[in-house]
Design a protein around this ligand. Sequence first.
Ligand code: HEM
Length: 519
Amino acid sequence: MASALRDRSSSAVVPSITADVLDHISIPAFLSAPAGTATWLYTTLAIVFGLLALEQSVYRYKKRHLPGDNWTIPIIGKFADSVKPTMEGYLRQWNSGALSALSVFNIFIVMASSNEYSRKILNSPTHAEPCLVYSAKQILRPDNWVFLTGKVHVEYRRVLNGLFTRKALGIYVGIQDQITRKYLKQWLADAAADPSPKPIMMTCRDLNMETSLRVFCGEHINDAAAREIGEKYWSITVALELVNFPLALPGTKVYRAIQCRKAALKHLENAAALSKKAMAAGKEPECMLGHWVRSMEEPTYKGRKDFSDLEMAMVVFSFLFASQDAMSSGLIYGFQHLTDHPEILAKVRAEQDRVRAGDYERPVTLEMLDAMPYLRAFVRESLRVKPPVTMVPYKTLKAFPISDDYTVPVGSMVIPSFYNSLHDPEVFPQPDTLEPERWLDPEGSANQNPKNYLVFGSGPHKCIGLEYAMMNMALVLADAVALMDFEHVRTEQSDKVQIIATLFPQDGCLMKFSPRVHA
Ligand code: HEM
């Protein structure tokens, strides 16, 4: 058999090359080039091969014993995976080890998937700081406050925390309720005109955008400006890939995103100026900007930072940037989870009927939301099962001894991932099951292990808007359940996840809405 193979390979498979044949083969120019050119060429090839070998050695040296490919694809590494990430791919990476390694465009990346290591990264500001994706700096502007670190960041954030106090949330809740009702009315009118099921991906995004703009800027932003920002904002979402084409040339995603930021900042700066005028004229704060300007006038604020119109606009833009995709993802899965679990929907509805006591026109207040513990538990649980943000990229400022036997090299990307913490069976038995009840027992393992709830991160950069975000999700779902009936039309893609910065059901969540008839 072996000799037969040898025979075949020497005669039949590889045709013999005769001088005759060679006459018809054109010799590549470089092989017949003058000696000087050939030397140059061989030198270049040697350098290229040397660099490629060096790339592999550096990767292997940094990776050491961590799980991950032993060789990286030259130059691009795992770029292809990062262009079209899948949940299955991420799960494979997270489950390959509590720490695992990969490389994209020679950026060495350590992925942390356990609660211990993810929290350690988030809470070690002297070793690692957030780096978002590369395009974020181009889109937000490098001087945006979200890129501050250390003491300056703490100081800046101290002022911004004042925008999310209970007093401030009390101003926002009325605006949220009003915009939500306007949208639900429109969804019902659209459904009456065409009752076929529709994906709610874009409708939820529009609702979130208008709510955010009105909560942040109130009437200081006009309808046309709000529409322009809403329409252009999708270009920012799609530009948030892990790795983008580095130059923001016309026609690239990042270029379009930068144009959107420029338009948005112009309108937001104008809103900040109008808000200052209104407060100076003695008006009562009716939005975040108003509340902010008023708090800067208080005697206790004296000696602290004054914010220019542009700085206020950049803060508001950072809030839009940080919230739009995550809030939309949370809300869409909120609708999907509620409809797919009729027993949970029935409990949420019973709670609404109790709190509203027959008056469905009465605007929702903070006190009413306080009286809806089951709904709030549902929101918490829905975000746990499908966390909108599954990981946040950080970069190491110095060698980071993350475990006893591994130190992340300086200048690497370290990515704390939240999914495994949120699906830890020790803390959340049957972790893939949606079970709001697990949050209702103060002694239960979910409430006893708050460190596992990484939906909003942890440490100095923990989400500043978390109370507002959960309140908004609860409020929209409360109004929807109280005022509408809805049916989720399931498809094969309903349980599959697509990742566009955050998580979404692949079919966009097809819903049919109809008005609820109260008994
Ligand atoms: C469901 C909705 C939301 C989710 C899941 C979410 C999640 C997160 C996460 C995971 C982080 C990173 C935390 C870290 O590095 O430890 C973050 C940061 C941040 N979030 Fe949110 N977020 C949401 C809504 C919002 C909203 C509504 C706002 C503002 C109104 C907001 C503003 C921010 C800001 C400004 C940061 C950066 C904070 C800093 O660097 O100091 N987020 N968020």
